[in-house]
Design a protein around this ligand. Sequence first.
Ligand code: FES
Ligand code: FE
Length: 456
Amino acid sequence: MMRREIDISGLVDVENGVVSRELFVNSDVFDQEMENVFTRGWLLVGHESLIPKPNDYFVSRMGTESVILTRNKQGEILVLLNSCTHRGMKVCRYDQGNSAVFTCPYHGWSFSTDRERVSQPGALVGVPRSEEGYGGKLDREAWGLERCPHVVNYKGTVWANWDSAAMPFEDYLGDMRMFLDCVLDHRDGSAGGSEVIGGVQKWRVRSNWKLSAENFVGDLYHEVSHQSANLAEIGPSGGKGRRDEQRPRHAIGFPGLGHGVLGFLPHYEEPEYTASYRNDPEVEAYYREVYEARVRNLGDRMRVGMTVGTIFPNMSFHANQPRTLLLAHPISATEMEMWRYYLVDANAPAKVKDMLRHYYLRYSGPAGITESDDMENWTYATAASGGAIARRRAYNYQLGLGKERQVPGLPGAVQSGSYSEANQRIFYRRWEQFMQAEDWADLMPEPQSAAAAHGG
Ligand code: FES
Ligand code: FE
């Protein structure tokens, strides 16, 4: 493998809270990110509910590359690079479907996932003019599709990593896992039990992917951008109501791992129920019922809550406003493709799912009332950051600098109040490590208490 190296030293200075604009506009930095961050980090590639039956597939992305997420006839979940080994053509040009064989449209090579036919899923099984052209000697196992070595199903979400030396997924999450559970678990507090509703929304934004990741890692400071949404007061079921949780949120970050959330400090009982669906008694009854089940299920165990968060590098999630997984897929230094998956309790009544579908579309996505505010900020920031003069000035990440303190009950986490850029500093410190590391041995997190002491 050719590993291009550019010198990024001096671009990130988290101790002083400054980060160079080169991270957001420079295509050499971008190329190195694809090599050093996106082939080594754990990336979300989809959800098992998108491929419920044998041979179902869903075409996803890892970094700039197209991959096929599929469940083979034997039920194994696989991630294959969507690039023919002959001349690189995409072997699958659909968004999703059902097939055990992917046949390349260019010269007709075909690849199978079925273990009854091949020992390695993705192996080459069909070659036009095989006898006449290759004398029947083409090594079919060697010319199979590239297969991702690490694939993990975590409560229905499927994660993949190209690096066979990568740390296990659950270690990579650390205590951030508790916050991810807030979005993946059933609203009644039981583990998992969610499904993706509708299709996946996909749209392009002329912005560097990190502006999305760092926004959701813990930027409450940009609330001024959403004043119009707050003034409009459109609650989840279409009536009046606030868009956000009203309890104070804190920026909670994970030094050494790069993740962060706007969340609530660990607590031991459920906050009081707030009726939010007064104009829809059936939906209201469902939420009251799952709330009561949640109180029973969680008992007096420690729990966390969150509104938004980012798992390094590019997966963000929202627990309740609405409940979604968001990928900021890199396209170029100045463009990303956003994908939103919307989650619902798989066994919720149709009426509840329908209400949520409307709320999700109204609130999020390219036409939603809040996403459009954020996209406008990111596109104008990207456009105004690439000029020769603009590039001389670093961005400022000094908000809350030096105020980090340990989160009680979560030894690996720090918090520094609601308005802080501590999580962004933690994110960029991790980014710098990924960009500079020779291999995964250099990326193992430091012991967490030591990392917490110096705030990342
Ligand atoms: Fe796929 Fe030639 S590029 S068969
Ligand atoms: Fe926002």
